[in-house]
Design a protein around this ligand. Structure first.
Ligand code: BGC
Length: 382
């Protein structure tokens, strides 16, 4: 298996190749995917950062992708506000980007990477099933997000954008990786949330007519365990994280793995150890007792090779603690355990998908490529 973490030029989604990815059988996908060229716009909403992109696909036997992008903040008022304001904001950022890039006069196709579980009957339609991660916008669940985006864009008469495709970030990652390596048939995200998609045989998909070729399945593996199947491995810390989250009982696997939660898991463990007198001479600090004060980027810093121990001392001191050398070593060890568990859980579900692919192909050994992306995957030192 060859894992690559591409800069994901089409992470934000382009049009025709993404159309193929989510709804067209693979035998059509391969031809369509390798042919398209031109300029596209893309929106990437749902990860750690909201991004608007301009993507240029050119072809000289092999496809080349050039990308320019801009990040926009996602203020709390927006991601915990109402749907109309969210799409108004997205449309404003897009027009601002087009203004900056001087492309307002161009009619461009747009791919919308929307990294949440959706029911998709068409490529340019996606009914949001539920919000995940830190998003909770009123009035969007059970509605088509493409229609809402188009409606918001209609208010900007100075731009003419054609929303052609809605894709999950895992699908965008798999498709992007496909430009570098045509064997890519799995896309994985380990970032704020976690998820994977893979190419399934049409003959195994009952919901869709026809047995020829393949189709992309978005597994939404972050929701694994929501039926109780992970209870034997969930800990008290996992339960506490879940209870304190905006979606209790949901995305239980994601809460054991992804960037939105690892820092808080570490904080809860350190707090319990301190309360039991195992750390910091039994002394607590206000910050150690405050939700969200340890973030996943801190966990990554504490685990860094060489400077990790110094970082740990600094981070704990900034939390208002007075750590000894042993405290720092122990805290660092807690980080390693939490990260290692996350990595192992990801590896096991990925292994399940790969086994499925191998069995589908009736092979004993299989060579394939997995497209990987996500802030946690890209920034964690291990
Ligand atoms: C969402 C997925 C998404 C993943 C990674 C999860 O919370 O449900 O749709 O692919 O996060 O962004």
């Amino acid at each position: 298996m060859h894992c690559i973490a591409p800069e994901c030029p089409l992470y934000g989604g382009s049009d025709s190749q993404l159309q193929s990815a989510s709804s067209v059988p693979r035998h059509q996908l391969t031809t369509t995917q390798m042919d398209e060229k031109g300029d596209f716009l893309a929106l990437d909403l749902g990860g750690s950062k909201f991004r608007v992109l301009k993507v240029k696909v050119s072809e000289d036997g092999k496809q080349h992708v050039q990308m320019e992008s801009q990040f926009y903040p996602t203020p709390k008022e927006i991601i915990h506000g109402n749907g109309t304001d969210l799409f108004k904001y997205v449309a404003e950022c897009l027009t601002d980007f087009m203004e900056t890039k001087d492309i307002k006069h161009k009619k461009l196709p747009l791919g919308f990477t929307f990294s949440f579980p959706c029911k998709q009957n068409k490529l340019e339609e996606g009914v949001l099933l539920s919000w995940t991660k830190h998003f909770k916008v009123r009035g969007v669940q059970q509605t088509d997000v493409v229609s809402s985006l188009r409606k918001a864009l209609r208010k900007h008469q100075d731009v003419d954008v054609d929303v052609l495709a809605l894709v999950n970030d895992t699908v965008g990652t798999m498709m992007t990786c496909g430009y570098d390596d045509r064997r890519c048939e799995v896309g994985v995200i380990i970032g704020t949330g976690t998820n994977a998609c893979y190419m399934e045989e049409m003959s195994n998909i009952e919901l869709v007519e026809g047995d020829e070729g393949q189709m992309c399945i978005n597994t939404e593996w972050g929701a694994f365990g929501d039926d109780g199947s992970l209870e034997s491995i969930r800990t008290d810390f996992d339960r506490e994280i879940d209870l304190g989250s905006i979606n209790p009982g949901k995305q239980l696997f994601e809460k054991m793995i992804s960037g939105l939660y690892l820092g808080e898991l570490v904080r809860l463990i350190l707090l319990k150890m301190a309360k039991e007198g195992l750390l910091f001479n039994g002394k607590l600090s206000t910050d150690l007792c405050t939700k969200g004060k340890i973030e996943t980027r801190h966990v990554a810093d504490m685990e860094k090779y060489k400077e990790g121990l110094n970082n740990t001392k600094q981070i704990l001191t900034e939390l208002g603690l007075t750590p000894s050398e042993e405290d720092c070593i122990a805290a660092q060890h807690v980080c390693t355990i939490v990260s290692f568990r996350s990595a192992n859980l990801c590896a096991s579900v990925l292994a399940a998908i790969l086994t499925r692919l191998r069995e589908n192909k009736k092979l004993i050994r299989m060579r394939t490529t997995v497209g990987m992306d996500g802030t946690l995957y890209k920034t964690h030192p291990q």
